[in-house]
Design a protein around this ligand. Structure first.
Ligand code: PLP
Length: 411
């Protein structure tokens, strides 16, 4: 056994989170390093779905909106996610997709910024963040302009014309983590409101929205929160902004949805950030993922995430140092989220070959291989084993086949 593997075994034996692995369905032999893209399935989720389908829907039918509290699920699960994000009860709702929540947060922030017209972001932000901004600009009839600048310069472009800064806290490719409190303070010093995209932060790193004085935030339910494929997303609005109006004025955002009034009258609280009827099946699955996450101590999650990443990087240096991989993520642990990324000219084919050896990570164009490190269900030995399998693939060149080089529609 290599020295690193011996050390990994010792770390596993002393791991205070080790028992969480058994709460997930994971096939023997599989090393799943893509929980930053789709979290693994908690065992409790199947029983919950069964109850939601067979007791609540089949038997309870429409009475379950009240009887099983379906109607309050956006707020109830939002309150739970708030605890993971340093927010108060009543500041987070679960609804829609992250893309739609970006639209709602941006338009609500814009409604507070009369006289300012620019939506600012950085060029390498996640594409949907750009696209949603561009859609708002197009619809605004000249009221709004988007501005996208190099990532390291974004804070230099804060000014009196900027209405809102939209940033992802943990970068989806590099894993670079921005200092939420420092960046928020800089934005506020220029009168700029900030919308944080927490897609790779929620359940991955400790987040403290209110001590950072954040304005709005959004993020995914299906990544580190293990809510299931296409799980509903969340939206945070600081209490002081609950009078802001997101453009989407659906009936679930109304103060009295079941009064069936003709005219829209927005709910006072975070409910005004809802739109239509919640997808109850998705909500039920998400709640199981969130409940499981809440049982883990976030400081222990962070400590293990750092240990896993450091071990992965060390193993890459030791076993794959000669094969042309370049670390894209920051080397300092406190500047990283909970995934590590490497670039390699043949990254796509190598990732395919790795999957054939039962190590699942993912690939992001043009040349980035991403490895998600999820402390609830990964062992330290898994990351060393993954790098050993990667070294084997590089040593014998088994990635170098037409089959592994054909790019699929989902990467
Ligand atoms: C995954 C991700 C999204 C996904 O948005 P959806 O609307 O759920 O498809 C958005 N932003 C970031 C930064 C992401 O990483």
């Amino acid at each position: 056994m290599s020295d690193l593997m011996t050390r990994a075994c010792e770390l596993d034996a002393a791991d205070p989170l080790a028992h969480f692995r058994d709460e997930f369905h994971l096939r023997d032999g599989l090393i799943y390093l893509d929980g930053n893209s789709l979290g693994a399935m908690p065992k409790a989720t199947a029983a919950r779905m069964d109850k939601t389908l067979h007791t609540e829907w089949r038997e309870g039918l429409i009475t379950s909106w009240l009887g099983a509290d379906w109607v309050n699920s956006p707020r109830r699960i939002g309150d739970k996610i708030a605890r993971l994000l340093g927010a108060e009860a009543g500041e987070v709702v679960v609804a829609d997709s992250t893309s739609i929540n970006i639209f709602k947060a941006l338009t609500a922030a814009l409604s507070l910024q009369e006289g300012r017209s620019i939506l600012l972001t950085e060029q390498t932000n996640f594409p949907t963040d750009h696209y949603m901004m561009q859609g708002i600009e197009g619809f605004s009839g000249g009221r709004v302009q988007t501005k996208s600048v190099p990532p390291e310069e974004v804070l230099d472009h804060l000014s009196d014309d900027v209405a809102v800064l939209l940033l992802t806290q943990v970068h989806y490719k590099s894993g670079l983590a921005r200092d939420m409190a420092a960046v928020t303070a800089k934005a506020h010093a220029h009168g700029v409101l900030i919308v944080w995209d927490l897609s790779h932060s929620a359940g991955a790193i400790p987040v403290d929205l209110n001590s950072a004085n954040a304005d709005f935030a959004v993020g995914c339910g299906y990544k580190f929160l293990n809510g299931g494929p296409g799980a509903p997303a969340f939206l945070f609005a600081a209490k002081r902004h609950h009078h802001a109006m997101p453009v989407l004025s659906g009936w679930f955002a109304h103060a009295r949805p079941f009064a069936f009034e003709e005219d829209f009258d927005a709910a006072d609280g975070i409910e005004r950030f809802l739109c239509g009827t919640p997808g109850v099946l998705g909500m039920a699955a998400l709640e199981e993922g969130v409940d499981l996450m809440l049982r883990a101590d976030m400081a222990a999650v962070r400590a293990k995430s750092v240990a896993l990443a450091n071990l992965f990087i060390e193993a890459m240096g030791q076993h794959c140092g000669d094969y042309g991989f370049t670390l894209v993520s920051p080397t300092e642990a406190d500047k990283r989220g909970s995934h590590v990324a490497y670039s390699h000219a043949e990254g796509y084919a190598i990732m395919q070959a790795l999957k054939a050896r039962d190590v699942i990570g993912d690939f992001r164009t043009p040349d980035v291989m991403r490895f998600g490190l999820t402390p609830l269900y990964l062992r330290h030995t898994d990351v060393v084993e993954a790098v050993e399998r990667l070294a084997t693939i590089c040593e014998n060149g088994e990635w170098d086949t037409p089959e592994f080089k054909t790019v699929a529609s989902v990467t």
